[in-house]
Design a protein around this ligand. Structure first.
Ligand code: ZN
Ligand code: ZN
Ligand code: FE
Length: 767
């Protein structure tokens, strides 16, 4: 053109499709007077623009820094090409060819603009529960294949009306290429049914009927974004108690949904971290200390000082809450620990018998996705269940993957992940792989992440535990001949999941404090000090190994671990005396016999030590959900300021090549406190202090001996905010850098991510 115009081809990678990226580029290009085009392709977004170099520089800057809210830009690379004399800027239709590895966005809470329309009686989307735009709405749960386009979603069966189509086609519109775009004239319709599926009301009337049922204390199944919730008035004790009975759920807390931040603040004490998390478009359940006198039924979270709170995240939630006018229990629509129901047939079959009515609609959910759970740890958020609003957001790998990996995770809190190129894509939370239905859901999740990540795995990374269903599946795949095995020790995977989240390639000292994980020596590990990187690990310290009497029974019945530890700390007589109080003479004697004859499995689990301490302190000798006793021990400890905690003898470390931490002196002190009748909260706080001190002193010494300056904290025990804060602060005070979990759960929900990173970045599988 001879006017100083140049042309650049700009490749944008990351989560840039289905998030309003092309209209954003289009508007910027027009503002800057640039010509050319933007289009989606299988690798992300491709821009070609020509005009003055300064304007192109500004466009590149905007691509990096001003992207729309749902976009996650991971790369912007420009190359000079020959000017073509373009005179317009165009949005070009999707090119479905090539590799389909452009990440799909997360499911995102309804944006303020959409909500304003839903509340506006003059708007054509007034009271419309499926309102969405390019900045908000369902994504991961409705997409069936990539590239992400309407025919590839569960909206394929709905034909847009002329008004919706105009929005969809207009680059200046907020709904330009919003794939789930819909309105009352053309989109999904709400239906209210009785528990057998008979239709009672549609659309607005369905909403009113459902709201009336909830206000009257009824229990409803409500179809949401990733599945059905069971909903009930959270202030009504009788109704919540009835839900607990019908759902066969003893004590595990229910989440509570409220309309807005002000309503959340009436129920829980919210610091800035919790507030930010609650209002974020990810909308996790946030655990927050319950306010004294908060109007919530006692049976919402029995025995716990925290409530799981979340804000409405779909227009349907907003409309329901506005009509009911009270907080609602919104718990996963399942019985006991089965997977959440996500199809209507499944809901009527499995949830029908539990509910008084079903509020559903005809927008199918392709993949089920539970709510995520997060908690403030110190001055930052830690995700404890990474699911809706987080999956399938990719994590950047610390280096290029050497091979394509499928990682099948562990057994409890199952997730799966794939790694290839520079990214790990992890699935939603699948659940505990002990039900056949959960196992089927696990297989679907594998298909979904392989598909979304466009990964055909070369290797399958798995746990060492031979009895995990995930391990068995992995070995079946290997036997089928298509993939090679990459076994990853459980606690190596935990530490690696923390390193993966921080893209940290150098070796660290990893503290893996956990429930139970299979060790290569045949014992069950869980109180481990590992020198680790993605290549491998060396066990340089651990908790004293003791009997795990009864295996899985010891997890359900913490009194068994209490006896094991009491016997070690104070002898058989003292253990029997404790056992008499906790479980009765006969059972106590039987367990001690098992321990004495050395017939039980042995474990170095820190989680089981916490269970034992909780039982001695006087908390549940039996639990109804995993780690209940330990969770309640932390809750007690948090009622005491750290500086007011009694000082107990710090567990001793024996040095014999590896450090062995023996908490017997602590256990003996806690037994004394039990006899003396000391307030349980003080004892609980003292236990946290003592274990943290031991972790810090052993950690600092091991780091110094090995010349390491970074420590990573992982494993389910680090869900404990009191402990993780004490340990992290203590290690930092020793001049160490401490990596803690933020977006990847410290519990087994993060295992697949750790496995994926190890198998993608490691040079060769362990011999
Ligand atoms: Zn919106
Ligand atoms: Zn329409
Ligand atoms: Fe674990």
């Amino acid at each position: 053109m001879g006017d100083g115009s140049v042309r650049r081809r700009i490749r944008v990678t990351g989560t840039v499709q289905g998030v309003g990226f092309r209209p954003f580029v289009y508007r910027r290009a027009l503002e800057l007077g640039l010509n050319g085009f933007v289009r989606n392709d299988a690798a992300g977004v491709l821009v070609e623009a020509e005009g003055p170099p300064g304007a192109l520089d500004e466009l590149e800057r905007a691509l990096r820094h001003d992207a729309p809210p749902l976009a996650r830009v991971s790369g912007v690379e420009a190359t000079a090409v020959a000017p073509e004399g373009s005179t317009v800027f165009l949005i070009v239709a999707s090119d479905a060819g090539g590799r389909a590895d452009a990440p799909v966005s997360i499911d995102t809470a309804t944006c303020a603009e959409c909500l304003a329309e839903v509340d506006d009686p003059t708007d054509r989307r007034w009271r419309y529960p499926f309102t969405n735009c390019t900045n908000c709405g369902p994504r991961y749960t409705i997409v069936e294949r990539v590239p992400y386009d309407r025919p590839a979603t569960t909206m394929a069966g709905f034909t847009m009306c002329a008004a919706c189509q105009r929005e969809y086609d207009d680059p200046a519109d907020r709904r330009f290429h919003a794939q789930p775009n819909a309105c009352p004239a053309c989109g999904p319709t709400l239906r209210y049914c009785d528990p057998t599926g008979a239709l009672l009301a549609k659309a607005d009337e369905a909403l009113d009927a459902a709201a009336a049922a909830l206000a009257g204390g009824g229990i409803l199944a409500v179809k949401g974004i990733g599945g059905f919730h069971l909903a009930v008035d959270a202030t009504a004790e009788a109704a919540v108690g009835e839900l607990r009975r019908r759902k066969a759920r003893d004590d595990k807390p229910f989440a509570v949904m409220v309309a807005d931040l002000a309503a959340a603040a009436e129920l829980g004490r919210l610091g800035p971290v919790a507030r930010d998390a609650l209002v974020s478009p990810r909308r996790p359940i946030v655990l927050a200390p319950r306010r004294a006198g908060a109007p919530v039924a006692a049976s919402v979270a029995p025995g716990l000082p925290e409530l799981g709170l979340m804000l409405a995240y779909s227009p349907l939630h907003h409309l329901l809450l506005a009509r009911v006018g009270r907080p609602l229990v919104m718990t996963s629509g399942n019985r006991s620990d089965e997977p959440i129901a996500h199809t209507d047939d499944d809901a009527f079959e499995r949830l029908g018998p539990l509910v008084d009515g079903v509020l559903t609609h005809d927008r199918p959910i392709h993949i089920r996705c539970d709510d995520s759970v997060a908690r403030a740890h110190g001055d930052a958020l830690t995700v404890l269940r990474r699911s809706r609003g987080y999956a399938p957001e990719p994590l950047a790998l610390a280096g290029p993957a050497r091979r394509a990996v499928l990682a099948v995770g562990a057994e409890l809190k199952s997730t799966v992940a794939v790694a290839s190129g520079r990214a790990i894509v992890a699935s939603h939370h699948i659940g505990d792989l002990e039900h056949l239905a959960t196992y089927r859901s696990f297989l679907q999740a594998i298909d979904h992440v392989c598909h979304l990540g466009a990964v055909v795995p070369d290797v399958v990374a798995h746990d060492l535990h031979p009895e995990y269903l995930s391990t068995k599946l992995a070995l079946d795949l290997v036997a089928g001949g298509d993939v090679e095995a990459w076994p990853v020790q459980h606690h190596h995977a935990h530490v690696a999941s923390c390193l993966a989240e921080h893209a940290h390639l150098e070796p660290v000292l990893g503290l893996a404090f956990d429930g139970l994980g299979y060790g290569p020596d045949g014992t069950l590990w869980g109180g481990e000090f590992l020198v680790a990187d993605f290549e491998g690990y060396e066990r340089v310290g651990h908790l004293e190994a003791v009997a795990l009497p009864g295996g899985a029974a010891a997890v359900r019945e913490p009194w068994r671990m209490a006896l094991t530890w009491a016997r070690r700390a104070a002898g058989a007589e003292a253990a029997l005396a404790l056992g008499r109080e906790l479980a009765g003479e006969e059972r106590a004697a039987a367990v001690l016999d098992l321990v004495e004859r050395g017939r039980a499995l042995r474990t170095t689990s820190m989680g089981r030590l916490f269970d034992a301490l909780a039982a001695i302190v006087g908390l549940h000798p039996r639990v109804t959900y995993e780690a209940q006793a330990a969770i309640e021990l932390e809750a007690l400890a948090r009622t005491v300021a750290p500086e007011d905690a009694p000082r107990y003898p710090v567990p001793a470390a024996r040095r014999d090549g590896t450090f062995v931490v023996d908490p017997a002196p602590l256990v003996a002190a806690v037994l004394d406190e039990r006899r003396a009748g000391t307030a349980p909260a003080l004892v609980a706080a003292g236990c946290h202090q003592a274990i943290a001190s031991a972790a810090v002193s052993v950690g600092a010494e091991l780091a110094a001996r090995r010349g390491l300056n970074t420590v990573a904290l992982s494993g389910g025990v680090f869900q404990n905010a009191r402990l993780s804060t004490l340990v992290a602060d203590g290690l930092r005070a020793q001049g160490l850098r401490v990596l803690v979990h933020r977006l990847v759960p410290p519990n087994d929900g993060g295992i697949s991510i750790g496995q994926a990173a190890v198998a993608a970045l490691g040079r060769r599988p362990p011999a």
